[in-house]
Structures are given as structure tokens and as C-alpha cells.
Design a protein around this ligand. Structure first.
Ligand code: NAP
Length: 502
């Protein structure tokens, strides 16, 4: 059934209009009118979230799990309409949207079972020692408690899994934190229909309507009002380095600074070790091209750089170029992202010491793959060659020897992922690189490609700056709930006053 958005914000259970409107810019299909968000909308939403916290923050884990499952069910009840409008707005293929919907409902259900299991509470108990000398020890219990209202910025590149009911929202709701989402203007209709699903689930579960609000569109003042709001206690964000850094600075500069969990840029370098390169250069090159072009390269885990020794580079380079050359035009998420891709590509192409391997032509909202090669020496001399180009662009960095490979690894900025392609006989080289890579990335892979992030208990989707603004956190997987909790110690507390049994 075709979904026709009404274009309103969801604020504390009410669909709210505003004075001004903007028109969506879908990749295909009809555009729609949406109300422009304002700082006043943000204030109403955050006030309601604070009000909701007094009940939701003290709700049982069973009730919150029921809400998360109900949201997943309501999303599935709108499956076809979500796929249709999501694909229209973003240009992503329907199959991708279907997969992303499964991931979104899967992570909501995973958080439900995670909080029911209760390990995330990290309960600790120091039993009282009344007879201890020289001083008795009091009874001390510790659990993790929700922090209060959380702001979430929907991501352009994951209209479902990192947006309205995405990982940040699921983790915050699981923790017991009401959420105010600033919808991404690239997919307002998708945001609205998912908000409708959350709205229905909140009503079914009898939760306070302030538990979830969505403010659409608006200028930068909307996002800024949200992160500056004194009742907001943390922010979840996925997007650009420039945007993330600006919002991070606002959070740090507040009278009461709050944590900003930004997942920003990453080039996700791959190190192709010599034996693997000789034995499997063609296979690795073709696999790389597949990973690089998945979703038009619009993944934060897109492997933008391959570091390889000069004597082994030929087979991989030729195979990557051949496979990339067969990939046609892909629609990008927005006109702005397509322009940013071409600007990034021009910057790389014009850099000293960079040679073309595969150049293509793309215009409007389209992307085609590009492949470049440079030496480690030139790469080390130009910091910009280590910056993310969001799209299907690969850069091969050719090192003279293993020592120079180490130098490249040491010069890397913080990354979401680093990958080693290795055979058994590369083990010593791999061992020598591991301490460097471990300091650089949140996830290190062997013989794989970093696109495709498992949502699980062990996943770390984060890393040192600029991969993220908080290297102790992950934005994917069950550990992401920790971002929205704080430890509270209860001393000599009667059990009737405790939220959780010990
Ligand atoms: P973005 O420009 O960082 O925007 C993300 C969200 O933050 C949007 O809602 C945006 O609002 C808001 N925002 C950005 N700067 C702000 C500021 N100074 N004050 C208040 N709000 C601000 O990211 P994007 O629109 O998704 O894509 C642009 C570029 O981001 C891409 O070309 C790519 O380079 C990068 N990107 C990276 C990843 C990744 O995972 N690493 C993912 C997506 C995008 P407005 O819509 O009003 O600008």
C-alpha cells in the first residue's frame, strides 16, 4: 500500500504542523511537503521527553522489552510501504531497504532480549563488613541506570538501521531513555512512517507519549537547539566529520557538557601482505571492488585504501580495475552527497603523485567508481590522501617494503576498521603490524571486507577520532547501550528502594 506522508512532526504523541514547509527531493517518485522544524518544536519534544523519563526511566525491563518488540512488529506491519518510500527517497534498491528493515527490527528484538538477560546492568555488590577494623564497610551495590533524554541524528546512508528507529534509538529506549530524533532531510517520509510505527507501539504498550518524538527538517538551528537543550543528556550521531565535530564542540561547550557519540569518517585501510598478494591478488582485488561499490560506496566501513608492496601490486590493481570498470552508475543518497563525492574525487585526482588507474564519468546524483594509485611516500606527505571520500573510490598505496607499510600504518588517523589480507606465511609481518592497527581501529579483520557490520554482542563500530568522537563506545551491537547509562552506587540501601533485585 502506497504511503502518502502528511509531513508533520511527532511531538509527545501528537502530529504537529508548523508555519513553514519544505519539499522532499526523492531520487525517484513523487516529492512531498514537510513541516520545517524549529527550536520551539525541539523544546516541546525535549520537555515531553523529560516528563516521560520519570515513568519510562523507572519502567521494568520487561515493559521496555515489550515496547522494543512492539516497535519491530509495527515496522513489519508497514514493511512494503517503508520499502517503497525509502527506496524513492534514497535511491537505494528495494532489496537493500528490505535487508535494512530486517536489520532494524532484528536489533530492536536483540536489545529486548539483551535487557531481559540483565547482564548490561553490570550489577556489583560489596557485602557489608560491620566488624572490619579499623573501619566497618557499608553495604555497597552498583548498577547502571539510564541517563535521561537522548538526542539522535538520523543518518543519510541508513534510512532505517541508523535513523528514526535505528541502533541509537533502540539502544537508548532499551536503556530507559526517552528519545528525540532529528530526522534527516534526505528521507523525511521514511522517517515519518517509522515514527508512526513507534507511535503505535507506544500507545499499545501504554507508555508515556513523550518517550519518542521526531522533529523533521529545519535549518542547522534545529540540530543545535537539540544538542544545546539543558534537558538532553547525550547525543547519538552518524554523519560527516565537519557536522559531527561542530555538534561535538557544542556539546562540550554547554554549561553542563554532555557526551556526543559521533560516528564520523573512516577510510578503513586494508593491508595486503606479500604472500597473500602473490597467491590471491586477483581474488582480493575483485573482492575489494565489490566491497567498495556496495551501496554506491556510501558506507562508513567502505574500504577506501589498499596498502600493498610494489612488487605485488600489479595483479590486485588490474583485477580491481577490471571489476570496478564493470560497475555502472549508481544513484547516491542526495545531490549534496553526489557533489561531495565528485569534489573528493577531484581532490584525489589532483594530488601530487597520484596516478589514474580507472577514471569514469558521472554527473547529477550518480556515482561511478574511480581507482587511483600513489606511493607510500606521496601518501605520507599529504594528509588529505588519508581522508574519507564518501563513495566508490579506491586508492592503492604502494609501499617499497614492510618498514614503509609500518610507517603508513602509524600515520593513519583513527579508523572504524583496519583489514589484514594474509596467508599463513605472512604471520610474522601480521604480528608486527597488529600493535599499530589495534591502536588505530575499533575492529580489525583478517581476510575479509569491512562492509557488512554484524549486530551482535561483540561488535565494535567506533574507534579513535575521527572515526568516532568517543573511542570507548560502539554505535552498533548490544554494547552500544552503555552510551546511555551511568553507574550509580547505592550504599546501605533497603532493597525496596532499589530499581533492580540483587
Ligand atoms: P552531515 O552533513 O554530517 O549531516 C548529518 C546530520 O547532522 C544532518 O541532520 C545535518 O543537518 C546535521 N548537521 C550537520 N552539521 C550540523 C551543524 N553544524 N549544526 C547542526 N546540525 C548539523 O551528513 P550527511 O548529510 O549524512 O552527509 C554529508 C556527508 O557526510 C557525506 O558526503 C559523507 O562525507 C558524510 N557521511 C559519512 C557517514 C559515515 O558513516 N562516515 C555517513 C553519512 C554521511 P542538515 O541536514 O540540516 O545539514
Amino acid at each position: 500500500m502506497t504511503f502518502k506522508p502528511h509531513g508533520k512532526h511527532l511531538i509527545a504523541g501528537q502530529w504537529v504542523d508548523g508555519e513553514n514547509h519544505f519539499v522532499s527531493e526523492p531520487a525517484h517518485g513523487p516529492s512531498h511537503d514537510f513541516s520545517v522544524g524549529t527550536p520551539a518544536h525541539v523544546d516541546n519534544a525535549v520537555q515531553a521527553a523529560e516528563e516521560a523519563f520519570w515513568s519510562y526511566g523507572y519502567s521494568s525491563r520487561e515493559d521496555r522489552a515489550a515496547l522494543l518488540i512492539a516497535i519491530a512488529d509495527e515496522i513489519e506491519a508497514r514493511a512494503e510501504a517503508i520499502t517503497e518510500i525509502g527506496s524513492q527517497e534514497t535511491g537505494l534498491p528495494e532489496a537493500r531497504l528490505q535487508g535494512e528493515r530486517g536489520r532494524t527490527t532484528g536489533q530492536l528484538r536483540l536489545f529486548a532480549s539483551h535487557i531481559l538477560a540483565g547482564d548490561y546492568l553490570d550489577s556489583r555488590h560489596d557485602v557489608a563488613l560491620p566488624d572490619r577494623a579499623p573501619l566497618p564497610r557499608p553495604d555497597l551495590k552498583m548498577i547502571q541506570r539510564p541517563i535521561g533524554p537522548v538526542a539522535v541524528f538520523g543518518a543519510s546512508n541508513f534510512p532505517l538501521a541508523f535513523s528514526t528507529a535505528g541502533g541509537d534509538t533502540a539502544a537508548a529506549l532499551a536503556a530507559g531513555c526517552p528519545v528525540v530524533v532529528r530526522g534527516h532531510s534526505a528521507h523525511p517520509g521514511t522517517g515519518e512512517i517509522v515514527a508512526e510505527a513507534i507511535h503505535a507501539a507506544i500507545a499499545t504498550c501504554g507508555m508515556h507519549p513523550g518517550v519518542f518524538s521526531l522533529v523533521q527538517g529545519g535549518k542547522r538551528d534545529v540540530g543545535q537547539a537539540l544538542v544545546r537543550h539543558p534537558l538532553i543528556k547525550a547525543v547519538g550521531f552518524t554523519g560527516s566529520l565537519a557536522g559531527g565535530r561542530a555538534l561535538f564542540d557544542l556539546c562540550a561547550g554547554r554549561p553542563e557538557p554532555i557526551p556526543f557519540f559521533g560516528e564520523l569518517g573512516s577510510v578503513n585501510p586494508m593491508f595486503i601482505l606479500p604472500e597473500a598478494a602473490s597467491a590471491r591478488g586477483v581474488e582480493i582485488g575483485a573482492g575489494w571492488a565489490g566491497s567498495l561499490t556496495m551501496g554506491a560506496g556510501q558506507f562508513c566501513t567502505n574500504p577506501g585504501i589498499a596498502v600493498i608492496l610494489k612488487d605485488h601490486a600489479k595483479a590486485l590493481t588490474e583485477a580491481a580495475a577490471e571489476t570496478l570498470g564493470q560497475v555502472g552508475e549508481q544513484t547516491m543518497l542526495t545531490d549534496g552527497i553526489a557533489t561531495a563525492y565528485r569534489n573528493g574525487q577531484s581532490r584525489i585526482a589532483a594530488s601530487v603523485g597520484v596516478q589514474d588507474v580507472l577514471t569514469t564519468m558521472c554527473d547529477r546524483r550518480n556515482a561511478t567508481p574511480y581507482l587511483y594509485q600513489t606511493t607510500a611516500e606521496h601518501w605520507l606527505a599529504n594528509e588529505e590522501l588519508g581522508e574519507e571520500v564518501f563513495g566508490p573510490l579506491g586508492l592503492i598505496v604502494v609501499a617499497d617494503d614492510i618498514d614503509q607499510m609500518h610507517t603508513v600504518a602509524r600515520a593513519l588517523q583513527g579508523q572504524l576498521t583496519c583489514t589484514l589480507h594474509m596467508d599463513d606465511s605472512d604471520m610474522e609481518t601480521a604480528k608486527s603490524l597488529m600493535p599499530i592497527l589495534e591502536r588505530k581501529a575499533g575492529r580489525i579483520l583478517v581476510n575479509g571486507f569491512p562492509t557488512g557490520v554484524e549486530v551482535s554482542d561483540t561488535m565494535v563500530h567506533g574507534g579513535p577520532y575521527p572515526a568516532s568522537t568517543n573511542f570507548g563506545a560502539t554505535s552498533v551491537g548490544t554494547m552500544s547501550i552503555r552510551r546511555f547509562l551511568r553507574p550509580v552506587c547505592f550504599q546501605n540501601m533497603p532493597s525496596d528502594l532499589l530499581q533492580e533485585p540483587f
